[in-house]
Design a protein around this ligand. Structure first.
Ligand code: IVH
Length: 724
């Protein structure tokens, strides 16, 4: 990171004219970043980069105080937060919630739970319904009643240590009331801001000429993530508790009981809530709260339903990244009208051509929207969206804004239907649509710069190699400069340090020329000045960041390869299932032949179906993809196996087959439970099966197990083994 001293030294040689030009350019960039951060909830530069800009501006102003203006971005207290929060790993991951958008989704949710638990028609499941505030989640760890850690959610696995700031939030007790708390309890909830307090705060900011926050959520997030806790203390930040993570003792039998416990310890709760027994009750609560929405002091974006009994929550467990026992029922999306200024085509890393509507900026649900995805050419044709049209757009939660419909009565007389290009706008290659596909793809492959740079961008992205400082601008610079064509080249950049520096200097010069030109246009004459010797702290930082990522987890490595249909979750599943990179490659090569055990095994992973499995084996079938992996290895990249989940369970890593009817649990429940302990659940018995759990009326599978000499367990023996 650039320090204040570095920044001061670097401006020592600037002339006044250079300083003036640079301040103008830097301020414009910071204002743009501020708008993206505060108004659009879509940061365009990293916190660290923003900090470097600010330090540079401050250093220049320290040298030439007369350049400071009232609207200088350095005068803004609430600027984007700095890097510098310690990372903390969550002992229990902070997961998200599935969504329901209709009454039918809610009925399905309740039915799914009933089926999973194998309930009779007359048995009821008790639910709690609570309001869902769109703030940011926060985990508070109390040890012997004292607050010892507050962490943000981050990516769910790893968040940031915001303890100093959380201590400034009035709703968060530094010490729990009473004395009946467990030694360790992690209380989780939402940091938010009330509507009125938010409006008052923004009014004050406006009067002081500070940038405004777009909505209470951004304001709450921006206020919590402040390096200076005194700033948090001045902001009207609130908290309520709704769930928990790590705890050294049982907290209660039901969600309702734990909430009451939280209240006794002095924590605020989200209210109002209701205890109901069926989907009708949940929907009635939803409708009632929707009516009360304008009177609630805070914005809510939906309602959360949770199974009340914690033993049932345990049985239901999780699927992928969300609990089976809870769901968020969202309020309908907010809509607005605006016009389509142009339609642009973006080319993704797999060559997909995606049309994007550039809109006249409009506020929807508290956020300024200026782009909307148009998905694909069929969608444009179906809705007949044209340049110049007035359209209704909508935005729901974090979903990318979409065009709902066209206001035909406002269509200009000279409008013409949009013609989707059949050539890649980047490389000019043919763009074709395969049979049965909705997406048109560029056929340029490796020669298409868009695909290559998108692939590199994906490779260094947060969920993949997460290389700090390797932003879009640098990728473009090094790609066009011929330094990085494929991922392995990134790890070889150090060997070309001189060339990297040359490109960086060239870019700086071009930027400076552009600034001079802008000034000349404005009628000012730039004086010729002595050049400062170039400094390369950013280059050194980047090379160090690259170096530090050679041993990422295998899950990140797999995700970074950018195989179609393989997202972060699938990357993790594959990393867990295959352990090491070499084993993974070996098995995927075998799996190219569909009759092999390797193929069957790939398909037996819960969450991987035929489409995904085919995409993976197709990827490994391509020579150039193997070459990418080999080159990465040769460049010293060595992904690490993930730590095993619950290795202490005797069934971890074992293959289990369930057969016959089980008494204490349903089949999906048995499967989910076994998998959560690290076992693999297979559909048929083979020599590789470790256990067959045989219920009543087991037939051919039991027979096969006996013939193959596989261990057969009764349901009770199985439960004993997994200590249920
Ligand atoms: S329970 C396993 N209850 O919504 C997840 N979450 O969309 C348990 N949220 O990350 C979460 N209000 O930040 C829960 N009453 C509520 C909530 C709530 C807001 C947030 C939370 C979560 C996100 C998921």
């Amino acid at each position: 990171m650039t320090t204040r001293e570095d920044a001061a030294a670097a401006v020592a040689a600037l002339s006044f004219a250079e300083a003036e030009a640079e301040i103008a350019a830097l301020s414009a960039r910071m204002r743009e970043a501020d708008t993206a951060y505060y108004q659009q909830d879509a940061p365009i530069i990293s916190d660290a980069d923003f900090d470097s800009l600010r330090l540079r501006v401050e250093a220049i102003i320290a040298r030439f105080p007369e350049l400071e203006r009232d609207d200088s971005p350095t005068k803004k207290v609430g600027a984007a937060p700095s890097q510098g929060f310690r990372k903390v790993r969550h002992a229990v991951p902070m997961l998200s919630l599935g969504n329901a958008f209709s009454a039918e989704d809610v009925t399905d949710f309740v039915d799914r739970i009933r089926r999973f638990l194998g309930l009779n028609a007359d048995a009821t499941v008790a639910f709690v319904a609570e309001p869902k505030i769109d703030g940011l989640s926060c985990a508070l760890t109390y040890e012997k009643g004292e607050l010892t850690l507050a962490a943000t959610r981050g990516d769910g696995e790893e968040g940031e240590d915001v303890t100093a700031n959380a201590r400034q939030v009035g709703d968060i007790p530094n010490k729990l009331q009473g004395s009946d708390w467990p030694d360790i309890v992690e209380i989780r909830g939402e940091i938010y801001m009330e509507r009125a307090a938010f409006a008052a705060m923004n009014a004050k900011r406006e009067a002081a000429g500070l940038p405004l926050f777009a909505n209470p959520r951004n304001a709450a997030a921006g206020s919590l993530r402040q390096l200076d806790a005194r700033i948090t203390a001045e902001r009207p930040v609130r908290f309520f508790a709704y769930t928990w993570g790590r705890h050294s003792e049982k907290l209660g039998d039901t969600q309702t009981a734990v909430r009451q416990q939280f209240a006794k310890w002095g924590l605020p709760l989200n209210q109002p809530t209701a205890n109901v027994g069926d989907a009708e009750g949940l929907i009635a609560f939803y409708n009632a709260i929707q009516g009360k929405r304008p009177d609630l002091p805070f914005d809510i974006d939906g309602v959360v339903y949770k199974v009340d009994r914690l033993d049932l929550q345990d049985r239901l467990g999780f699927v992928s990244r969300a609990p089976r026992w809870a769901i968020a029922h969202k309020f309908p999306a907010e809509q607005a009208r605006t016009t389509v200024e142009k339609i642009e085509i973006q080319v993704g890393r797999t060559g997909a051509l995606t049309p994007v509507a550039r809109l006249t900026p409009v506020t929807v649900g508290g956020v300024v929207v200026s782009n909307a995805t148009l998905h694909n050419e069929d969608e444009i044709r179906r809705k007949d969206i044209r340049v110049g049209d007035t359209v209704v757009i909508q935005r729901a939660g974090d979903v990318i804004p979409q065009v709902v419909s066209v206001a035909l009565e406002k269509r200009p007389a000279d409008s013409a239907p949009y013609v989707f290009p059949d050539k890649c706008p980047i490389c000019g290659s043919n763009a074709v649509r395969d049979e049965g596909e909705v997406v048109r793809r560029c056929t340029g492959g490796l020669i298409c710069a868009a695909q290559a740079t998108e692939r590199l961008r994906h490779f260094v992205s947060r969920g993949a190699f997460d290389i700090e400082g390797m932003g879009d601008e640098n990728i473009k610079l090094f790609y066009e400069g011929g330094l990085i064509k494929s991922p392995a080249d990134i790890f070889r950049l150090k060997e070309h340090e001189d060339e990297v520096k040359r490109l960086v200097v060239q870019r700086r010069e071009q930027q400076s020329v552009a600034r001079q030109a802008a000034k000349a246009e404005a009628g000012k004459v730039a004086k010729a000045t002595k050049k400062a010797p170039p400094e390369f702290k950013d280059v050194a930082n980047l090379l160090a960041a690259i170096d530090s990522r050679r041993n990422v987890g295998l899950d990140r490595f797999i995700y970074g390869l950018g195989m179609r249909h393989v997202g972060e979750t699938t990357g993790r599943l594959l990393a867990r299932s295959y352990g090491t990179l070499d084993h993974f490659i070996e098995e995927m090569e075998k799996a190219a032949h569909r009759e092999t055990h390797a193929w069957a095994e790939l398909l037996s992973i819960d969450g991987i179906g035929t489409v995904v499995a085919e995409a993976i084996t197709d990827f490994f079938g391509e020579e150039h993809n193997r070459a990418v992996i080999d080159a990465l290895k040769a460049a010293g990249v060595d992904p690490q196996p993930l730590e095993r989940q619950e290795t202490d369970s005797p069934v971890a890593g074992k293959t289990v087959v369930f057969t016959g009817s089980l008494e204490t649990m349903t089949r999906p429940e048995a499967k989910a439970r076994a998998e959560s302990l690290g076992a693999k659940v297979a559909g048929s018995v083979s020599k590789k099966t470790d256990f067959v759990v045989a219920g009543e009326d087991s037939g051919s599978k039991l027979k096969a197990a006996r013939e193959l000499g596989v261990t057969v367990l009764t349901e009770a023996e199985w439960l004993e083994l997994i200590q249920a």
